[in-house]
Design a protein around this ligand. Sequence first.
Ligand code: AMP
Ligand code: MG
Length: 433
Amino acid sequence: MLSLVIHDSFFVKHSSLPHSPRLPYTVGMSAPFPMQVSLEFAINALAQILPPPTTLERPLVQAYGLTLAQDLTALVDHPNLDDSALDGIACHLEDTQNAAQDAPALLQLVGESAAGRIFTGTLERNQAVRIYTGAAVPNGATGIVPVERLEFGDADQVRVFQPARASDIRRKGSDFEMGQVGLPKGTLLGAAALSLAAAMGHPTVTVYQPYTVALLATGDELYAPGEAMPPGGVYNSNSVGLELKLRSLGLEVVVLPPSLDTPAALHTALEGAGKVDLLLTSGGVSMGKYDLVRDLLIEAGEVRFWKVQLKPGGPAICGLWQGLPLFGLPGNPVSSLVVFELIVKPALYQVWGRLDAPQRRFKAVATTPFKATPDKWAYWRGSLQFESGRPVVSDFGNQSSGVLRSLATCNALVIVPPQQPVAVGQEVEVIWL
Ligand code: AMP
Ligand code: MG
């Protein structure tokens, strides 16, 4: 049976830390915290330890990518008058109802209405007003004729070759009415949503204060790209991908210098994070002797779970360290990004009450087989394409968690439940990355 032994050097260097019951824990049996948890459990566990989000007001453009923290109601009607959908004329419907190419109606132009420049008079029968898109429809006018079906003559006369249409009048409040909730709480504030906030009359919006996340890569083997690297060295790629994932969610990120695999170095690195909302680490959570994030949390923290029924990314750990939420991502580059996507991101969405789903999921037809694992949900890297409009997905090939190329070149994660391999032609659930 698999067991975990915490090495003695840990206790020497951390004699001041509270002393937990001696390990080993026998996996799945005697650990005083949940192990091999479901994805859902893991998401909830992280959501529970994140601090309750506070709110702040931001100018619209600075709220981009954040989550709306209150229902946003319209301060005006839009449009705030009946206006024209087209360039053309406004007139009485009755005056053009028999107009045709060979039998044009003749109307008298009495003025114009442009956007922001209202025609203030009232339109009599057989009169027309030149009108432009977005301009207010004059009193009395009931229809619009597009400019393409008009001929302007002398003496302000216009020949009309088709009947005017009422449907080309955009009614007051037809987009939104004053007092209507245009954007509900939990909305992701993208470009369209923030345009709508502006259209509704708001110069600012109330959003959830972005968490500050300290990002710490761990590993004696890590070097910064560009640095000379000895045999056995590895360029620190996780810090780049994870920082970008965090920033894409609008979070503030403190990227800490990578930590060596000694308890003292790890301790110092984490203390260096200062006051943050979440400690996000990569590496050091698996079954090895130098997996010290695991040791730190088990011995000196409070573990909420360790290991998830997930491949890649099984060894993730989550808990509190010195009162701060800590999420330990596995070090393998694919695992760290996949676990971020499948656990960290949905937990943040949960805390923010986000209305959009963290991932775009749908069914695709497998064009290669996908293997299943005995006890974990597999998220294999796949190539998703559309063949005659139908989504199909094929295996990337090398599914090792160390092959970052698989994640960088594929565009989907293919979800294979435990013990249920997928055959060619079968439908399978995919996440479109
Ligand atoms: P660990 O989870 O610490 O056992 O690391 C597992 C694998 O991921 C090892 O091959 C590490 O070298 C690699 N790895 C860990 N951290 C990083 C990182 N920040 N960037 C790239 N690879 C990493
Ligand atoms: Mg390591």
